[in-house]
Design a protein around this ligand. Structure first.
Ligand SMILES: NC(=O)c1ccc[n+]([C@@H]2O[C@H](COP(=O)([O-])OP(=O)(O)OC[C@H]3O[C@@H](n4cnc5c(N)ncnc54)[C@H](OP(=O)(O)O)[C@@H]3O)[C@@H](O)[C@H]2O)c1
Length: 370
């Protein structure tokens, strides 16, 4: 058996696995402060490397720590997934910073979009069995890890048409794009959509879905490479949002008619100008926002336009089911093909979080590979 290096190791979660040549790097439990019961080792021998486990709000990550065992998977309605890849979403950096409305229980391991293989299933789980390939849109224990526990109703079968990295790029991005376009934006075939920030996870998803559903798709990206990715993934036309006159180019392209819907990834920068890019009764779907912005409400009156917030977090069970059905169909039909941009090993999660916020140019979804 591999032995923990810490002598004496006071980590409740220290469980070195026989046959595995990795020493335990468990963070010692602070004296007098027990780990929360839910995080104690429950499955003898099951071992989980967790990265990005913050112990205080805003804490920089403890890379590749702590070593923990898996939470008991056999609880009602849950599955244990051997993680092969995990998508990185910007919201995970907001939550980690401690400035987000949703405060997680600490210690917190981020990660909702895992893909991998079912290791075990809990009682009453009939949809999956050990060995099934799956992806998730939410985890209970955190996806930046070797293993993750998830509620079975947040897990879906992963088609053989997609690899695990692509599987990790589906969850939040595609469900959000579908929700923004149809559940909140009520998009219809024949309408036009501007995906403002189309080169990242949600943007590429929105382009693929909108194109497959018969919309005219305009996208933006900040680099040449990003623009090419957008064009290859459903956009009829692409613009560079780092260019000074790109708004005029969009207006010109639409012959001053504007677009019916804007899927907005950076509202705090673009909302005011978006209102000038809409057609009559057009809608801006606020998907991403990182601060405040001043707008002139009069700009909504002249075209009776709407500004609509989108939050995947508020989707009902029924709405999630609707998204899943449409997206699984898209995978089968072949138009839903997640694009993986950059990948990082689990140990480089700090860099991944820096890069997703200070991006030099997205070209698909960012994933972690344990
Ligand atoms: N409301 C919800 O439920 C929900 C769900 C998921 C995500 N989100 C939010 O949606 C946003 C996008 O998420 P993501 O996963 O797609 O992130 P991402 O993969 O990091 O992509 C970010 C996108 O924003 C673009 N961008 C950068 N500067 C821009 C500008 N000035 N104008 C327009 N776009 C710009 C980037 O383009 P370049 O890199 O090419 O410049 C890239 O396409 C994030 O703010 C995220 O928090 C919200």
């Amino acid at each position: 058996a591999v032995r923990c290096r810490a002598v004496p190791c006071r980590a409740v979660r220290c469980r070195a696995v026989p046959g595995r040549a990795v020493p335990c790097r468990a963070v010692p439990r602070p004296p007098g402060r027990p780990w929360p019961a839910a995080r104690r080792p429950l499955v003898p021998g099951a071992w989980r490397r967790g990265a990005g486990c913050c112990r205080l709000p805003g804490d920089p990550f403890v890379a590749c720590a702590p070593a923990t065992s898996c939470s008991r998977p056999a609880r009602l309605g849950r599955v244990l997934i051997k993680v092969h890849a995990c998508g990185v979403n910007p919201v995970e950096t907001y939550i980690r910073s401690g400035n987000y409305a949703r405060k997680p229980a600490l210690p917190y391991t981020p990660g909702s979009d895992v893909s991998g293989v079912i290791e075990s299933v809990g009682e009453h789980v009939t949809a999956f069995k050990k060995g099934d390939r799956v992806f998730s849109i939410g985890t209970i224990s955190g996806g930046y890890a070797d293993y993750a526990v998830a509620a079975a109703n947040r897990v879906f079968p992963l088609s053989d048409k997609l690899d695990f990295k692509q599987g990790a790029a589906i969850g939040i991005p595609y469900f959000t794009a579908y929700r923004a376009l149809f559940q909140k934006g009520h998009a219809k075939a024949g309408e036009s959509v501007l995906v403002h920030g189309a080169s990242g996870g949600v943007g590429i998803a929105a382009c693929q879905i909108a194109r497959a559903c018969g919309l005219k798709v305009l996208g933006t990206a900040g680099t040449e490479e990003g623009m090419n990715v957008v064009l290859r993934n459903g956009a009829h036309q692409v613009f560079n949002h780092r260019e000074a006159n790109y708004i005029d180019k969009i207006k010109e392209y639409t012959r001053m008619q504007g677009v019916n819907i804007i899927i907005e990834m950076l509202s705090n920068i673009n909302l005011a100008t978006d209102l000038h890019l809409l057609s009559c009764a057009g809608k801006v779907m606020v998907v991403g926002c990182r601060g405040t912005i001043e707008i002139n409400p009069r700009d909504t009156m002249s075209k009776e336009s709407s500004i609509i917030g989108v939050s995947l977090f508020l989707a009902t069970e029924e709405e999630r089911h609707e998204c899943a059905t449409a997206l699984l169909d898209g995978i089968e039909a072949g138009w839903l093909k997640p694009i993986v941009g950059s990948e990082y090993p689990l140990e480089k999660v700090v860099k991944a979080h820096e890069d997703i916020i200070h991006s030099s140019g997205a070209r698909g979804k960012m994933v972690l590979v344990p």
